[in-house]
Every structure is written in C-alpha cells, then in structure tokens.
Design a protein around this ligand. Structure first.
Ligand SMILES: *Cc1c(COP(=O)(O)O)cnc(C)c1O
Length: 432
C-alpha cells in the first residue's frame, strides 16, 4: 500500500512509521517534521554492500552520496555499515569529519571546487578526489606540491549514456557541465596530463549517468564504455586504472507507478558486464565503487505537515495549504518531482478528493504536488508526504525566514531527534 514496508496503519487508523504513530510524532516534536526510519536506511546500506560481496567477491565499496541527506548521524550510520562517503563540498566534508567518518573512505566530487575546499580536503587526508576538469587538476597538483603530499585521484568522465531521465538531472551526455567527454578525446588528454603530475596518483575513472533510473541497461552500457576506456589508456599510456566508480542514480518509489529494481540487481548485472568486458580486453577486474544517495534514504523518510487551511476554488481546484512547502521541499517547484501523500490521521479512509498541496511560502509555485487523490482534508489534519528522505532536508532553505524542520529518526521503535529544529535565534545568527 505504501512505498516502503516501514509504514503501516494502526488500530486508530493513523499512519505509523517504524511502528510509531505519526500523530504522536507531530504532537511531541511539532510540524513540519522530517521523520526517518533507521532500520530501512540500514537495510538499504546492507543490500548494496552484500551485492558487492555476493556478485563481485567483495572487490568494491558502496559510497553513500551524502548530498542526498547530509547530517552527522547519517554519516555515522553510513560509517557503521562499512560504507564509504561521497561529498561534494567543504560543508559536507566538514559534517563527515565532525561525525568521525574515516577520511580514507571519503571521495570528493564537484565541478567547481574552490582552492579553500581543495586545501581543506587535502589537509583532512581524504581518500580520493574525483577530478572534474583540467583547471581542478592543475590546481590540485599545485596545492599538493605546496603541501608536499601526493593525492589519489579519479577522473570524472562522460561516457555518453542517456539514461532517459529529466533534463535537469541528466548528467551522462556530452552537453553536461560535469566531467571529461570520452568521445572528443578530452578524457584521454586528461589522463595524459594527470600522469605527468608528480603530486597526483591516478587510480581510476568515474561516471554518473543520471538520477532516478529504473533500468539496469544504462549502467551496463556505461560500465562497458568505461572498461573500454580503461583498456585504451592501458594500451596507450601503460597505466593501470584499478578503480571503476559507476556513480549512483538508482531509482526509488515516489509514487505507486514507480517500479524500482531491487538494488542488488544492479551489481548482479553490472558485475557480469564488467567481467566479460575485462576478459575481452585483457584487464584485471577493477575495484568497483557505487554511489547510491537517494536509494539509501529516500523511501525511509516522510514529512509531516499540519494542514492550516483548505481552499476550494469552485470549478478550478482545491488547495490544501500546509505549514511547510518549498522551504523544506523545493523539488516540485524546481522540476515537478512526483510525490504521494495521505492524511496521516485518516490513513485508513478512502482517498476521495483531488487536491493541490501548497505551502506557506510567498510564491505561487510553492507547491508539493498537484492533482493528487487524498482523504477528505480538513484544517488541523496531519498530512504525510512520502519519499522525502532524500533531497529535502539537504535542499531546504530559510526562505521567508522560516526555520528548517528537525529530523526525527525512529530507532528500535522509538523516536529520537538527529537534527534539531532551527530557532528564530538560528535565523538571525549570521546577521551583524
Ligand atoms: C548525485 C550524485 C550521486 C547520487 O545520486 P542518487 O540519484 O541520489 O543516487 C552519486 N554520484 C554523484 C557524482 C552524484 O552527483
């Protein structure tokens, strides 16, 4: 009935998460509130880890793409499950370091890393930079030279795979701001340059072909292209690229129509492709990295909102207006992301009313979803939006000076705050 089996309906007809009544969470912690089920997050982590063990002899590592939800407790959970971490900014790196994340398992992404961020990451002794462009390559080498260190790097490549996803979140093809193109010879030149730099140690290549992908084929295609490139570079420059990072982008169930693949299927199929391609090209099997973000945390989270008003415009539509909106979830406003929602205190009732869910922010586009069937809404009801564990808190803003909601995690059937609610004092904290 719901997108994850951490949700249920109790005898009072209320929605539960991890066995805990959502109306009690709202009463204890206020609204809006993000709620995560820890068990579901950990299960997802294990599925990726086990898939590498089962299908690839353990010769690899899933990295949690922390941009999906970066906070100290998520870093601790990823660390305790034995995952590595993908960070894309100094802030995400700082979060990881504060959480005690093992630095050698951190990979630093990003297409516009600043000098300060690069210096900070080198000082943290992170495991690997994923270098996006020539300017970064030059700067990183210079910084490592100044600091007298040598840094492991991978190169981010564009394998030219179109993973049939929304233009805004498509990143594999040539017209992308991320990475070096293979087709144009740009990637080849980057390898050549990287090998000339004595403070850089080129260990492998990376690609990330998009997001919310439901097919395995694009990943297999990408793996094939990448292995061919690695073999070409071995022939041309006698360099052994021992790590292959295939990125993330594994689709999750936002709405009933979404049909995600069980996450271990990716590794099952991709490892076959990799084995075959390596055999054909005479390469040793590379160490494989995966970078799931959304699929580790997305389905494990909901957002609870209080309905502040219901506005029916005859012959037009019914607005259900909540105490949150684009400040805590900008994804519908940004790219019409799909979400499912129910009235948490009426979860067992029929969904009979078509509504548009709007927020409290001063923008007409401040919507969470349009034309969604939900239970008969009334002011004071509790609205639960599913699939908000990824790219909600991490994309939240203080627009209209609204404090960001807390994250409550259900652990062993009990709620605990892992990120506290912002206060008005937090809002003016940086004001002079
Ligand atoms: C965003 C991103 C990911 C994670 O993508 P998901 O769709 O959340 O799995 C992984 N790797 C890179 C380089 C990314 O930019």
């Amino acid at each position: 009935m719901f997108n994850s089996d951490c949700f249920n309906i109790n005898e009072k007809g209320n929605l539960t998460i991890g066995g805990y009544d959502t109306t009690e969470i709202a009463a204890e912690f206020g609204t809006p509130v993000y709620v995560m089920d820890e068990e579901t997050v950990r299960k997802n982590c294990r599925l990726y880890k086990q898939s590498i063990d089962n299908y690839y002899g353990g010769n690899g590592l899933p990295l949690y793409a922390s941009k999906a939800l970066s906070c100290k407790e998520m870093c601790r959970i990823a660390a305790s499950e034995g995952l590595g971490l993908d960070v894309v900014s100094g802030g995400e790196l700082y979060t990881a370091m504060e959480a005690g994340f093992p630095a050698d398992k951190i990979y630093f992404h990003g297409n516009s890393k600043t000098r300060e961020e690069i210096e900070y990451a080198v000082d943290c002794k992170i495991g690997c930079f994923v270098v996006d462009n020539i300017d970064e390559l030059i700067l990183l080498n210079k910084i490592c030279d100044e600091k007298g260190t040598k840094q492991d790097i991978m190169l981010r490549l564009k394998p030219g795979i179109d993973a049939h996803t929304h233009d805004f979140i498509r990143t594999g093809q040539i017209d992308s701001k991320f990475g070096f193109a293979i087709e144009t010879g740009e990637a080849d030149q980057a390898v050549k340059k990287a090998l000339e730099y004595k403070n850089l140690n080129l260990v492998g290549v990376h690609c990330h072909i998009g997001s919310q992908i439901f097919e395995v084929e694009p990943f297999e295609l990408a793996a094939q292209v990448m292995i061919n490139f690695m073999a070409d570079m071995k022939e041309k420059y006698h360099v052994v690229l021992s790590r292959l990072n295939l990125g993330g982008g594994f689709g999750i169930k936002y709405i009933p129509e979404n049909k995600p693949i069980k996450y271990d299927k990716y590794m099952e199929k991709v490892s076959e492709t990799v084995r075959k391609a390596c055999e054909e090209r005479g390469l040793d099997l590379p160490y494989i990295l995966l970078e799931p973000g959304r699929s580790l945390v997305g389905e494990a989270g909901i957002t609870l909102y209080r309905i502040c008003s219901v506005k029916t415009i005859p012959g037009v539509r019914t607005y259900v207006l909540t105490d949150g909106g684009m400040g805590d979830n900008p994804r519908y406003a940004l790219y019409q992301a799909e979400y499912d929602a129910v009235i948490a205190n009426k979860a067992s009732e029929e969904r009979t009313v078509k509504v548009t869910i709007g927020g409290r922010y001063c923008e007409s586009g401040d919507l969470i979803q349009e034309n969604l069937m939900i239970q008969q809404p009334e002011t004071g009801d509790l609205l639960a939006v599913f699939g908000t564990g990824a790219y909600n808190y991490s994309m939240a803003s203080n627009y209209n000076r609204v404090p960001r909601p807390p994250i409550v995690m259900i652990t062993d059937g009990k709620p605990r705050v892992i990120v506290r609610r912002e206060t008005y004092a937090d809002i003016v904290n940086c004001d002079i």
